[in-house]
Design a protein around this ligand. Structure first.
Ligand SMILES: [Zn+2]
Length: 118
């Protein structure tokens, strides 16, 4: 078995996983940007590697209400400027989904839509 999978295979797998979450609005995969010690955004950008569902549109589903720009799990956004530029801007939605969402809370919330689609 080769150690290195072609990148496309990894992307494909992540994208079909993310697709299966069945989130009903536009979203991106993103992580929380922490506070930065030195004034370099990249520091904060790297500091937390949990990958969340970041909503690009307002979401209302029963009692679940989130606004565009919030994480599905409700994780607080502590660095608003960096979040706006690096998360809301930055990668396009399609490209962001080449990495799997692995936040347990986001995945937990997304279960409701997976069950509906079955
Ligand atoms: Zn999350």
């Amino acid at each position: 078995m080769s150690i290195l999978q072609p990148l496309e295979m990894i992307w494909d797998e992540a994208m079909s996983f993310n697709e299966s979450l069945n989130v009903p609005v536009r979203w991106k995969r993103a992580h929380r940007i922490g506070r930065m010690k030195r004034k370099v955004w990249a520091d904060g950008y790297r500091s937390n590697s949990t990958e969340h569902v970041l909503l690009m549109e307002d979401l209302h589903d029963g009692r679940l209400k989130r606004k565009a720009g919030q994480f599905l799990c409700g994780t607080r956004i502590t660095n608003k400027n960096a979040h706006l530029i690096l998360n809301m801007g930055g990668d396009d939605e399609e490209r962001s989904k080449r990495i799997k969402v692995d936040c347990p809370k986001c995945l937990e919330v997304a279960k409701r839509w997976q069950e509906k689609s079955n």
